[in-house]
Design a protein around this ligand. Structure first.
Ligand code: SF4
Ligand code: SF4
Length: 410
């Protein structure tokens, strides 16, 4: 997702067939190349800023598929990011998006909001959580907030089991910290079994991708600098992420923001060059060998997050791992690589459009009859599990979680 911003579109149409929004709407104005054209007209002064223009730019999942498939090397992702900032400045953002940005901009606000949400989940009567939706997802089907933020529940330095092989820093992101602590505990367990000491810096905060998508550039800058400072440790083997969007931020976006945010180039390079997702780290360091001896098979299917596919292509290893694990029966869904329609806040802003994509994914995953539907991205997890029905017998999990859970015969 990083290349020149100034390439010319040759109107080949290759980006249309990979764009999830275009696939549903089948309208030229919803295509990646149309957005690029609009941006060009806007930048040259031929097109004025308007609410309609903002709407056309915002109706995008920021999945990166167009940029990854464009033969002209157009960096749609970077151009959309810049244009979104401009549109947010000119026309503001919806109240729900503004609130999210406000909360993620400061860690203490996110912590308070998560605490209140946790209380709400306990106290609000079930009939209300069935009635109210976030986008098309009933509040009742949202994941339970962690009892305690993950980073408060674990020590800042987690020791290895047995002889120490190395040392890593773990960037947990907001989702593991507030919603999916099981992912965090599983990540710690496998790293520790492999012989790694794990540092989990308490000062880390939101990777800032949600802030950047919605024009909150100054707030993002503060968070980026904070994260770089707390992840920068001598003698570490890797910076581990469990979320592909955090991975894209640390690996691709922080270097891209270097000049704009006046970042320390050497520090950015030290960190971005070491970023690796947990599953790829396990595979590359023979961590999967620790898992032999598990005999009872589990059936799983998989959803490939767009930010893994397009933003971290070298780390797209989970399917190979699932195929190779002796205790896993991997049943591939026919659309495993297609977007789920989550897209950050897209599922909340465009529920109808998002639901068309999610329903198709659910249908194909359920038809595999797998017990677990694995995916790394927390927004995909929220979106996919939120769109399952009560009768669907499949549970959405992060892949690292099946490596540590107690298995029961199926
Ligand atoms: S793939 Fe690239 S060159 Fe082709 S139409 Fe899309 S933006 Fe233009
Ligand atoms: S980022 Fe994804 S949704 Fe947005 S225009 Fe490109 S392919 Fe379509």
């Amino acid at each position: 997702m990083s290349a020149s911003l100034q390439q010319n579109c040759v109107k080949c149409g290759l980006c249309l067939s990979v764009c999830p929004v275009y696939k549903v709407l089948a309208q030229e104005q919803a295509s990646p190349r149309a957005r690029i054209q609009l941006i060009k007209f806007f930048e040259s002064g031929q097109l004025a800023s308007s609410a309609g223009l903002k709407e056309m730019i915002s109706r995008c999942l920021m999945c990166g598929s167009c940029a990854a498939n464009c033969p002209s090397g157009i960096n749609h992702y970077a151009r959309f990011m810049k244009m979104r900032t401009q549109m947010a400045r000119d026309h503001g953002e919806p109240a729900a998006v503004k609130s999210l940005v406000f909360l993620l901009a400061k860690e203490y606000r996110a912590r308070w909001a998560a605490g209140l949400a946790r209380l709400g989940q306990r106290l609000i009567p079930e009939k209300f959580s069935e009635i109210y939706n976030l986008g098309n997802i009933p509040v009742k089907r949202l994941p339970a907030f962690n009892t305690r933020p993950f980073r408060q529940a674990v020590p800042e330095i987690h020791p290895p089991e047995g002889v120490q092989k190395g040392r890593v820093v773990y960037f947990t992101g907001c989702a593991t910290n507030y919603l999916f602590d099981r992912t965090g505990f599983s990540t710690l367990t496998v790293l520790s079994r492999m012989g790694y000491e794990v540092m989990i810096p308490k000062n880390q905060t939101c990777c800032s991708i949600p802030l950047l998508y919605h024009g909150a550039v100054n707030q993002a800058k503060e968070n980026v600098i904070k994260n770089l400072n707390c992840l920068d440790h001598k003698g570490i083997d890797a910076v581990i992420v469990d979320c592909p969007t955090c991975g894209v931020a640390l690996k691709n976006e922080y270097p891209a923001l270097q000049d704009r945010f006046h970042l320390d180039a050497k520090q950015v390079e030290r960190i971005s060059s070491k970023v690796i997702d947990i599953m790829t780290f396990l595979k590359s360091r023979n961590g999967l060998d620790q898992l032999t001896g598990i005999e009872e098979a589990i059936t799983v299917t998989y959803h490939l997050p767009c930010h893994m596919k397009n933003g971290l292509p070298g780390m797209n290893t989970t399917e190979q791992i699932l195929d190779a694990l002796p205790f896993v029966r991997y049943r591939r869904a026919q659309d495993a690589n297609d977007c789920c329609g989550g897209g950050g806040t897209f599922f909340q802003e465009y529920p109808g459009l998002s639901k068309v994509m999610a329903d198709q994914k659910v249908k194909n995953a359920v038809s595999t009859q797998a017990r677990y539907w694995l995916t790394e991205c927390p927004v995909c997890r929220i979106n996919l599990s939120g769109n399952l029905s009560e009768t669907d017998r499949i549970t959405v999990r992060h892949p690292v979680e099946i490596l540590t859970q107690k298995r029961t015969r199926q």
